[in-house]
Design a protein around this ligand. Structure first.
Ligand code: SF4
Ligand code: SF4
Length: 171
């Protein structure tokens, strides 16, 4: 995939955040506080947006798409140049999903359910309409690419597995 596609998608999500106010004050920026082993999945080919001196470590995630594309994993230092943050950070705490009718929508990213107050204490918060608009604008471009659709399917399956585990645990 061309870097111009990611550049455009990043641009849509450059200045919007899940809430109209800084949600980091609710949790002390919990989603940036992983260890040096924690990180986030890059979308297919998104690693081409990075240079060696950007301060990130990029490694194989172990996920391989049907065409052989290896999905990469990005590890940061807990701070970054916001202009270089990957899509996974720009869209957290949601992930895209393609529903059974082929429509794009967005659902809570259950990998963050114990970390993100917008997930575990959702009621008092209203997700910013500008954030939602930006998500659709970015992913309407990205989902023109089969590799992105395949990757979204993997994310969806993982999310459904977590939902099933939570259901089993909490009944
Ligand atoms: S963990 Fe959730 S509430 Fe906290 S900064 Fe990240 S997205 Fe915002
Ligand atoms: S890349 Fe930036 S936004 Fe993403 S977790 Fe690391 S510090 Fe936070």
């Amino acid at each position: 995939m061309k870097t111009s596609v990611y550049r455009k998608a990043w641009e849509y999500l450059e200045n919007v955040t899940p809430l109209e106010t800084d949600c980091g004050v609710l949790c002390g920026n919990a989603c940036c506080k992983g260890s040096d082993q924690d990180g986030m999945l890059l979308f297919p080919g998104e690693e081409a947006m990075y240079h060696k001196d950007d301060g990130f470590k990029i490694m194989d995630s172990g996920i391989v798409l049907p065409d052989g594309t290896k999905i990469k994993f990005l590890v940061c230092k807990g701070y970054c140049d916001r202009k270089k943050r990957p899509l996974s950070c720009r869209i957290f705490p949601v992930i895209p999903q393609i529903d059974e009718h082929g429509y794009l929508n967005f659902v809570p990213d259950l990998r963050g359910v114990t970390m993100c107050p917008l997930l575990y204490q959702a009621a008092p918060h209203t997700i910013s309409p500008a954030f939602i608009d930006a998500l659709y604008s970015a992913f309407e471009i990205l989902t023109e690419y089969e590799q992105v659709i395949e990757f979204i399917d993997i994310l969806t399956k993982e999310n459904q597995d977590i939902a099933a585990d939570l259901e089993r645990f909490f009944g």
